[in-house]
Design a protein around this ligand. Structure first.
Ligand code: HEM
Length: 497
């Protein structure tokens, strides 16, 4: 008891400057927010329990869409909320979100991202200013066409393992979410670390368990708004949270040490045409452009950025596939045109031919965007169209809101891949479709992800038919860090003859 009291006292003192800053920021921001559209609620706490996930993980997205509709009816292009002292603005259309996406100055990530910092460090994902610019420039070529060619081999390899595993379950109902998660973790680890960890064959791999536990903590953080107050989080969860962080960090430190040893022995060629991310970072270190200590954080960031995002997106894509047999057949026909009845690997050229498949995937990401929000914390007062937002407040770029804007997408819940026909795309503001965010700080792995997902689709649809008795909208979107289907994704998988 005395120990806990002492710990609480220590935490309170430790976080005192943070508490003062919170109060000062709140007092500065509140007068601006009084004048902006959106639910007012209690002061300070505001709509925290609607914005946060809480017990019903489908509630926040419903709340956002409801508030978005209300604000649009009143002729506004944003709505705002207060939540545990935080002030947050949600742009409602491509027109208004463009201001923040295009800004080269306002690129500081939102307050929620602090949760990730002990895992992903202060590199590309969370830095700003010169450090971010240099790191972004150094890594942009990783996702260049030539490098993607190399990753294509890796994607094909893991997609084949996925097909083998599903083949053994043909005729049964399969939990696709689990299999897609293992598949995308295999790909992310292989392209990042340069090693095949075989997670699909070894689902008890400790790294997978640690990633799951970490995601679970992120989920608790989302669920419980009082956890946004750092010292409460520290008191309740710090021990277990630090424990899992240590495991995740030890893993990448160990892999990095082994790889550097291989480089020293001349077993790895840092000049190779195709190389995993780890080699690119080791080369940067050798040139003095980053420290070895930073590398394992960048590797963690890449795995984090690449795996849960891709697997959640794919889960929705497979859901859309199984619930719409007519589109599934059309994708199969497109694959047959490209591959005939061959089981060969996909090449980069094949991917360019997958017109309908791409439109279908984009429509899946429009209706069910995998990332609920991307936050920005304003470093200066910011004019977003006709709205002046105060320094220190946040903007949530929410694809879910932008993608369901009925003024841009009539019948927004209707699934129609033709919305992505070139003539229709040209009619829209480019910021009306932002699953990868947009602007200078958009997703660096966008092409990489699209290639990977198309390759997986191509192997899956050539080999299987996916069905379910559900309708597409039987699912709701729940927020579990990513947006996930509330019913999971249990599909009947049958091998094609
Ligand atoms: C379908 C899968 C993916 C989706 C939906 C997605 C989406 C996003 C989004 C919304 C952001 C935030 C951008 C912002 O702050 O404005 C982001 C950032 C990022 N993503 Fe992705 N991502 C995906 C896959 C990947 C993959 C496969 C990689 C790497 C191989 C990757 C690497 C990154 C990086 C490095 C950033 C940080 C960029 C920066 O801050 O400059 N992503 N992603």
């Amino acid at each position: 008891m005395i120990g806990e009291f002492a710990l609480a006292l220590f935490a309170a003192f430790y976080y005192l400057p943070w508490i003062f800053k919170g109060i000062r920021d709140y007092l500065y921001e509140a007068p601006y927010y009084k004048k902006l559209p959106g639910p007012k609620g209690l002061s300070f706490i505001g709509s925290a329990f609607e914005v946060a996930v809480g017990e019903d993980t489908t509630a926040p997205l419903k709340f956002w869409l409801k508030e978005a509709d209300k604000a649009r009816e009143q002729g506004h292009d944003i709505f705002t909320v207060t939540a545990m002292g935080r002030h947050i603005a949600f742009p409602l259309s491509g027109e208004s979100v463009k201001f923040i996406c295009e800004s080269n100055e306002e690129i500081l990530k939102g307050k929620d991202y602090e949760f990730l910092r002990p895992w992903v460090g202060s590199g590309l994902m969370l830095s700003i200013g010169k450090k971010w610019k240099d790191r972004r420039r150094a890594l942009t070529h990783v996702f260049h066409f030539t490098m993607l060619e190399g990753y294509t081999m890796t994607f094909n390899k893991h997609a084949r393992v996925f097909v083998d595993i599903l083949s053994k379950q043909s005729g049964t109902v399969v939990d696709m979410e689990i299999h897609l998660k293992r598949l995308s973790l295999d790909s992310a680890l292989n392209t990042t670390m340069g090693m095949d960890f075989g997670i699909q064959h070894n689902p008890k791999h400790p790294y997978l368990a640690s990633v799951d536990i970490f995601t679970n903590y992120a989920q608790r953080y989302n669920n419980e708004p009082h956890m946004w107050i750092n010292w409460i989080w520290y008191l309740v969860y710090s021990r277990e949270y630090n424990d899992v962080l240590k495991k995740l960090n030890d893993f990448s430190i160990e892999v990095l040490a082994k790889r550097m040893e291989s480089v020293r022995k001349g077993e790895v060629d840092l000049e190779a045409k195709y190389k995993p991310l780890i080699d690119i970072f080791i080369a940067l270190c050798n040139k003095g452009e980053c420290t070895y200590d930073e590398v394992h954080y960048e590797l963690n960031a890449s795995i984090f950025g690449a795996h849960d995002t891709t697997s959640s997106t794919l889960t929705w894509i497979f859901w859309c596939l199984a619930t719409q047999p007519q589109h599934q057949q059309r994708i199969y026909d497109e694959m047959t045109e490209i591959f005939g009845d061959s089981d060969r690997d996909c090449t980069l050229e094949d991917l360019q031919e997958m017109d309908f498949t791409e439109r279908f995937m984009k429509e899946s990401m429009r209706v069910f965007p995998p990332i609920p929000t991307v936050g920005r914390e304003l470093m200066s007062d910011f004019q977003m169209g006709k709205y002046l937002l105060p320094k220190g407040s946040e903007i949530f770029i929410a694809p879910h809101i932008i993608h369901h804007n009925p003024d841009v997408y009539p019948e927004p819940w209707k699934f129609d891949p033709d919305r992505f026909l070139p003539d229709n795309v040209i009619e829209r503001n480019p910021y009306d479709f932002i699953p990868f965010s947009a602007g200078p700080r958009n997703c660096l792995g966008q092409k990489f992800a699209m290639h990977e997902m198309k390759i997986i689709m191509s192997h899956a649809v050539r080999n299987f038919v996916f069905t379910t008795e559900h309708d597409i909208l039987d699912q709701e979107c729940k927020v579990e860090v990513m947006c996930k289907p509330s019913l999971g994704c249990h599909l009947k998988v049958e091998k094609r003859k």
